[in-house]
Every structure is written in structure tokens, then in C-alpha cells.
Design a protein around this ligand. Sequence first.
Ligand code: SF4
Length: 734
Amino acid sequence: LPKGLINWKKAPCRFCGVGCGLLIGLSDGKAVAVKGDPKSTVNKGLCCVKGYHSVMAMYGKDRLTRPLIRENGKLVETSMEKALDLVAGKMQEVINTHGKDAVSMYGSGQWTIPDGYVASKFMKGAIGTNNLEANARLCMASAVTGFISSFGLDEPMGCYEDIDHADVFVLWGNNMAEMHPVLFSRLLDQRLKRPDVKIIDLATRTTRTSVAADRSILFKPQGDLAIANAICYELVENNWIDKGFIEKHCSFKEGKTNIGYGLEDKFKFSDKAGTITFEDFKTFLQDYRPDKVEAVSGVSARDIKYLASLFGDPNKKVTSFWCMGANQHTRGTWINNLIYNIHLMVGKISTPGNSPFSLTGQPSACGTVREVGTLTHKLPHGVVANEKDRKMAAEIWKVPVERIPYKPSYHTVEMFRALDRGDIRFMWIQVTNPMVTMPKLNRYRDAVQKDDRFIVVSDIYPTPTTDIADVILPSAMWVEREGMFGNSERRTQHFEQMLDAPGEAMSDTWQIIEVARRMGFNELFPWSKEDHIEEIWKEYARFHEGKKHGMAPYEALKQAPGLQWPFVEGKETKWRFHAKYDPACEGNSFDFYGKPDRKAWIWARPYEAPPEIPDTEFPFWLNTGRVLEHWHTGSMTRRISVLHQAMPRSYVEINPEDAKSMGIKNGDQVRLVSRRGKIELPASVHERGQPTKGQVFVPFFDESLLINDLTLDAFCPISKQPDYKKCAVKLEKV
Ligand code: SF4
């Protein structure tokens, strides 16, 4: 390209799970500009502030370009060859000394699909351990178990086009205006075009979403469980349910076991379904009469009835959106089930505009973690506990089936506990920053620094996680390598390598292949550097063949801004489980073919109090989350000067009444203390967000103010996803 001219190439955005299509402007071997891809059906040419500045994340001054190894406590530069030799040698040594279950890998929903696929093949097919987890356990595991328990298959039945058809949007603890900003702009756009469209923000804190919504309804932490049941109560009471749909397409279930939060116990919990009748379900709902639910939820009976009337109106199409507010919950699976219950009771599902839609946070939490299955219990398109799935993996990978263990090992929190105990001695962390994001961080920071633990970290910048590494491998970022991401609406998006990675930086895919080959697994990873992504995709796509999950071919992905699966006979599937749109359906209407009875399951899930509740010593609820300007732990976006200047450091949002009664003004330094840790940071009063009285909110993007030292590592016993949204703290003026 002549000097000064810009060549535009397509890629999905590197940041959130919306998956906006971008055009990257390239000139003189550098990315110099970004614009929204007008051909993308996701964002139709628009981006948010992170997307528009995304390419700048590649050019931070302290980019890691050479491998570093720890010698006598200090990190020293070495060559990539030597560093990879060391990683392979150490991994083999730990396997020889302590067994294959003493090594582990911890990846990410920011892994590309090929990264996750080779990680799964390496750990499960080559080494033969299920010690593979990804940070998506911390963000969408409850969405998965919610889908599986209600429908038998993972990922949304609808798509973003639901936004163009829905009359009502109910946002369940989902600050879309900041977390999924481009999608939220599509909601606002619809309301401008169709003034009857309503946006209802159901949340524990007032945010930019609440301000833009038609109604903001605030509830007490964990009150969502009771509210959802109370909505169902009202639907039944007013006869707003779709009886024909329920009789034909739903069955009612209750969980048989409840042993609490499974804190140190990963095997005892069972969620085996028992069948109940519609009458049993009605009886169960009697505890959730709106006036009874007022106290526990903090929402008036009038507002609950209003919410029910929106779902119950036969002339309104309703789409629900949710994300971390529902998933990061000690009953995350249950609240997912309960939102499906509401949609199923009124038959508002799997048709344009009627959509219970679980959004995801990361760019490829769906594509890589859920579809590839980079979790301890998963295989590509299957689970390790299922013999048929193991046989399929063994056949495609050309390994003995006995090598793939049938028993899941450690989910994320347990994996770090195993590292603490010494059951795990080696961990390889890629594209994630657990020394900022693990809940109850103090405990796990101590764990990784124990003697005789060996930590490898692949990343693009120094972080608190590289600080504790024995080996740091510099990674190629995003369009410095070829790959694919899969977004929230089952859309796979391919991007080509557009730039050379700096120094010796190497893609995570190729790092794993290099280490696997050094450990003698050459035959499992036979691909060349030139065509390995294409070959990996072709091998991986074999797992998903068929009408229910077929993936688009590599050649088609290279051309299109993105293609939705199931991709059948050259066509995308926009809505699943309805014969009009989904070729996998039998009959001529709904077919929930993921379950053996081809029905969706409506679950009786009760309200349950959170594991830690404010008391006289720790009187405030602590809620944590993200901000618009920063991606996750800020390791990339804090190196983009315009984003850093817009949001330079963390803070604690305090309700103005609480602040006044404690004599705290905006900007004052305050201390937050929980049973696990403490932190000092500036107060934010009357600024961006406003928690309800008795709550505080702290974002987690700032590595110099580690809020996760305070959070609780209790998790949903079904999904094993921790609850970052509620624990007890005290607030003090410094
Ligand atoms: Fe990127 Fe998400 Fe912003 Fe779209 S909304 S540009 S995917 S960060």
C-alpha cells in the first residue's frame, strides 16, 4: 500500500461480548484507525468508546516483547526457545513427580476459539487431565447451567434482531448502557422509532441505564429470586399464562437437593430434577404473593404487579436481558431458571421480539469457553462425564479414549484452592489476570507464591499476575494473529493476521503447540504456522456437525462479518426451538429438542438469603463491577491515554444519604473493610452511579486498588460461579 494510504480490514472488537464488527485501518505496518463495520448486523457501523480506541491497546510503551524467567527472585530476559523449553520441561517434571493432575491451565473468554481448542486438546487429549478452566467461570457459568437445566442446550435461542421487534425490554441487574453500550443504543433507537417501546431497569443501584429507562425499579440484593417468583404468581393469578403452550411444550421440575453453598465441597451437590405438576408449582408460588415479597425484595407489590402485567399483556413482545447481576450470584443458576420460567409461562420465547436473552461479558466467552468447552467438565460440544462425548473426542483427536478422564476435577475457585494446598503445582495462565479478579484475593495471592509452585503467564503487558510468574511469555494480541471469537448471539467472527507481533511475541495458540511438541505430542499438533488456524477450525468444526450446532465453514467465515450457528445448508439460524426458523425442529411449532421429553423445564426455585448479610459490625452491602471506559482489569484500556484520562482511578460510590450522615463528601478518602481485607479509596457521591441506601459500589479495573481483597468466594453450588455482587463491609472516613 503506498505510504499514507489506509487499508481497511474487518475484525470483531477485542473487548466486550456484544461483538461489534470493526474495520481496522492499516498503514505502514501499523493499525492507525478504527471505524464500525457498516456491514455488521451487530453494530451497523457504530462502536463505543472502547471499540473506537481499541487499536491503541497494542501500542503501550511497556508492551511485553521478550520472555522473562525468574532467577534468584528476579525476572530476567531470555529467548522464546529457552522459555518454551523451560515451560515444557517444568510441566513434564511436575507430571513425573506429582502426577498429571498436578498441572493445570487457566484461560479466558478472551482466548480465540483456536487458543481454547488447542488448550483443550493439549490438557484433556494429550496430557489426560481435566485441570482446564477459564475465567468465564467467573462471569457466565450460571448462564450455562441455567440454559442446560431449563433447555438441555447452551446459549440463547434468540438473537440481537429481537431488539427490532420487542415492545418491552426488562433488564435484570444489567447496566447495559455501560456494559453493552452499542446494544443499548439499539434499544434507545427502537424507542425513538416506536415511542410505545418501554425499557424497564430492574437493579440494585441507579446507573446510566436507570436514567435512560422508562422505569427504574430498585430491589434488595438477592431479592430478584423472590421478584421473579412473584411475577409468576401474578401471571397465574390473573390467568395471563399461555395454557396451550405450557401443556404442549413445558414440564415442571423441582430440585431435590440443597446443601447450601458448597464452600469447600465440590462433589456432594446434586441438582437432580424431580417432576412435579402444574398444581404443585402453583402451590409453590403461594409463598410469593407480591405483598409477601415486598419485605424481602424491597419492591412494592404495585411494581411487581406492573412487571407481571408487561409480561402478561398478549399484545406485547417482551425481551429480557441479563448478565453479571444474575450470573454472579450464589443462586445464579436459579435466577436464570426463574427468568426462563416467566417467559415460558406466557409462551414469549423463540420468536422475534420474545426472548429471554442472557448476554455475555467477554468477546469469546461463548465461542471459546462454552462452545469449545474450556472448563473442567467440558469437551468440545460435550461433557467428560458422557462416554459418547469422550469417544467422539478421542476419535477426532486420535487418542485412546481412556486418556480423557471421565471425572471433572477443579472448577476455578477450587483450582486455586488446590494450588494453595499443593495438589496443583504448575499453572499456566493465558489472557487473564486472576491476581486482580479472584474473589477473596488475599488467600489466592498467598497460594500462588508458595514454594514449589510454578506459574507461567502469557500476556501482553505486565500485570499483578505477571508479578507472581516464574515465566512470562509475551503474547501476540488480537489482529497480530489470526483467530475467531464467538459473541453473545451465537455469532462466530473471523479475523486475519493484519500486523506483525512485536519482538518475540507469539500467539497463545502457537505457544501451546510449541510446548505440546516439546513434550512429545507432535502427532496431535501437526499443523504448519501458515495454515494452522484453518486446519484447527476444520478439525474443531467436526465436533459440531449437524443441524443443532453446525458451524460455518472457514471460507465463509473469512468473507462474512460474522455468521450465526447453527449454520445449516449455507444459512444462519436466528431463532432456535421454533420450526419456522430452526431446521433442527420436528413438528411445525416449538420443539425444545435439548431435553429428552422435547419440553422446556419450568423449575420451582425458592428464595434463599445470601451467604453474608450486613450486620452491626459490617453494615453495608458491597457490589462490584465494570465501568464504560475500561475493559475488565484495565490492563489494556488503562494504557489508552484517552480512556485512562476519562477514568483514571477507582472509587467507591456511596448513597448521598449515607455519605451525609457520615460526613463524607465527594472525593474524600474513605476506608472499606470486610472480613477478608481492606482498601482505601476516594468517595464518589452524586457522580456516575448511585447505590441505594446501605450499599456501596466499587469498580474492579484499577490494579492499584484491589477490591477483590474484600469480596467473598462463595459460589453457586450448581455453576460454581462466585458472587461478586454482594458481601458485607464497613465504611469509615479516613
Ligand atoms: Fe467493543 Fe463492546 Fe464497545 Fe462493541 S460495545 S465496540 S464490542 S466494547
